[in-house]
Design a protein around this ligand. Structure first.
Ligand SMILES: [Zn+2]
Length: 223
């Protein structure tokens, strides 16, 4: 086996990164320069949930596992891409919508919910993404799934433009089961080959609630 292709499913992290409402935009500034020091390095300031990132149970639960307490096995596994495209703004993706993929929901699987909303990244409409209904999150967790990825800012409705926050059902269900959520994925439409393998290892930040990842899908070649 060898890796035939690595598909990047991650957003760049920089001033143009679209933050969650209330979160800071990442800021990069030179801390060393070629002219002054002989080498380049950069000071980075950002929220722990910047760009494509992983949420830990500690993000929502008072005594939830911190990011570095989660087993690294959670961040890699066979991808199951659920097609949830073509939905109205702020509409739910329900357990019934997930039914066609149900046989593939099992421990170790990484379920990626593709709404197509990645196309609106950088615009106001990106906030108006579909969301994972509580019964859908419950179906995943009851099937043993502990890693859920979305091509949106959040699996729950994002409060913005007069729309209130919801009940955080998707976050609390997945994180409450000791799982992780990978947010702001992109290019999920490229996972059109057999058996894509997902990996997204988080930075080992001390904050514990979440950290950026480099999310990729590996396309294995048999030879
Ligand atoms: Zn997050």
């Amino acid at each position: 086996m060898r890796v035939h292709r690595v598909v990047d499913l991650s957003r760049p992290v920089g001033p143009a990164t679209q933050p969650y409402p209330g979160d800071p935009a990442p800021a990069l500034a030179p801390s060393s320069t070629l002219d002054g020091d002989g080498y380049r390095s950069t000071e980075v300031r950002m929220g722990s949930h910047s760009g494509t990132h992983a949420d830990a149970p500690y993000h929502f639960l008072p005594d939830g596992a911190r990011l570095d307490e989660l087993p690294l096995e959670l961040f890699t596994g066979p991808a199951v891409v659920v097609d949830a495209t073509g939905r109205p703004d702020r509409s739910p993706v329900t357990a019934a919508d997930l039914a066609p993929w149900r046989d593939r929901f099992r421990p170790g699987a990484v379920v990626l919910v593709r709404t197509g909303w990645a196309a609106y990244y950088g615009t106001g409409r990106y906030f108006d993404h579909p969301y994972l209904a509580g019964d859908a999150a419950r179906l995943l967790v009851d099937s043993g799934v502990r890693t859920v990825g979305v091509d949106t800012l959040s699996p729950d409705p994002t409060p913005h433009g007069g729309h209130p926050a919801g009940d955080w059902a998707a976050h609390t269900t997945v994180l409450g089961a000791g799982g992780t959520i990978i947010e702001n994925l992109c290019r999920l439409e490229l996972l059109d080959f057999p058996d894509p393998w997902f990996s997204a290892f988080p930075l080992r930040l001390d904050s514990g609630d979440g950290a950026p990842v480099r999310a990729v899908a590996l396309h294995w070649a048999a030879d």
